[in-house]
Design a protein around this ligand. Structure first.
Ligand SMILES: C[S@@+](CC[C@H](N)C(=O)[O-])C[C@H]1O[C@@H](n2cnc3c(N)ncnc32)[C@H](O)[C@@H]1O
Length: 295
């Protein structure tokens, strides 16, 4: 795979120094590229809301043609959540590996921050199944080249599922309303299903406050954003009204009050109907909420 992550200053020492600098200076993480993000927002909090059998239900094996389910994790940080999702959906326990795993499920995980990507690569226990690349997802040219190069290995044009976890706010703050709209447009054209965990508006205020406290410039777009308020609702509207997706379900809220929303591209409805069992299970567990009831 081209464009693997490179240490910012060359080597472990430089990466460590860079990480330390960013822990001490949170304002120096302008993309949400916090080095210890998963310590504050542990993957388990999200996983407990997601049925482990989700992917098997969305993509039941059909016919002799076997290719892995392909996932795209955008804004993977240092890969902790990517690895946790991978294990969760294959029901792997700690320390357990599965020789067939990479034939069942493959993830392409990208992040704008090369230091985090390097760490993710180094620490990943499933290097055959998870590919980490440095990519600014808003860079159309690089995105196209890197994503198609991955997909073409499997003869595919799109990913089966995209994970978009706690990144929408950073795209929005750094690229404005138009940037958020385009980000969601690209994702919906690239993925048959999309799992989104939007940050609520109060996180935007907190991020802007942090910068002010550090005496740094405000985010370019913060004050002029017209898309604001109930961000989960706003994102549902953009994806469903503008980008041809429909909301399948909300798996509930994390303890830090972010909802997990599953969308599906409408044009794939015929070939991949929502499994009844998934709907029933979610109802039973009282975790299934239709948007109107939720927002
Ligand atoms: C708050 S962290 C979320 C990490 C992980 N998804 C999770 O939920 O645990 C947001 C991540 O998005 C990445 N990010 C922000 N803007 C990006 C962009 N334009 N392209 C790729 N990654 C980006 C940041 O570097 C950061 O690691």
């Amino acid at each position: 795979m081209a464009a693997r992550g490179k240490p910012a200053g060359g080597g472990d020492k430089a990466a460590e120094a860079e990480e330390e600098r960013r822990v001490l200076e949170p304002g120096a993480a302008p993309f949400g590229n916090f080095p210890s993000y998963s310590h504050f927002y542990p993957p388990e909090q999200r996983l407990r809301l997601l049925p482990p059998e989700l992917l098997r239900q969305l993509f039941p094996p059909d016919g002799p043609e076997t290719r892995p389910i392909l996932g795209l994790d955008v804004g993977c940080n240092s890969g902790d959540l990517s690895v946790a999702l991978y294990k969760h959906f294959l029901s792997l326990h700690d320390g357990e590996t599965c020789s067939d795993a990479s034939r069942e499920l493959r993830f392409l995980c990208c992040d704008i921050d090369p230091v985090l990507v390097e760490r993710a690569e180094k620490e990943c226990p499933f290097p055959d199944a998870l590919t980490f690349i440095t990519l600014d997802f808003m860079n159309q040219q690089t995105r196209k080249v890197l994503l198609s190069s991955f997909l073409s290995q499997f003869g595919c044009l799109v990913f089966d599922i995209g994970f978009c976890m706690s990144i929408t706010m950073w795209i929005h703050l750094n690229h404005g309303d138009q940037g958020l709209w385009e980000f969601l447009a690209h994702l919906s054209s690239l993925c048959r299903y999309l799992l989104v965990e939007p940050q609520p508006w109060k996180c935007y205020r907190a991020a802007a406050r942090r910068l002010r406290k550090l005496g740094l410039h405000d985010f370019d777009h913060f004050r002029s954003l017209a898309i604001r308020g109930n961000m989960a609702n706003q994102i549902v509207q953009i994806l469903t009204q503008d980008h041809g997706m429909e909301l399948v379900c909300c798996f509930g809220n994390t303890s830090w009050n972010r909802s997990l929303l599953l969308f599906r591209a409408k044009h794939t409805m015929e070939t991949h109907p929502i499994p009844e069992s998934l709907i029933e299970e979610e109802k039973e567990r009282n975790r299934f909420k239709i948007l109107q009831a939720m927002i």
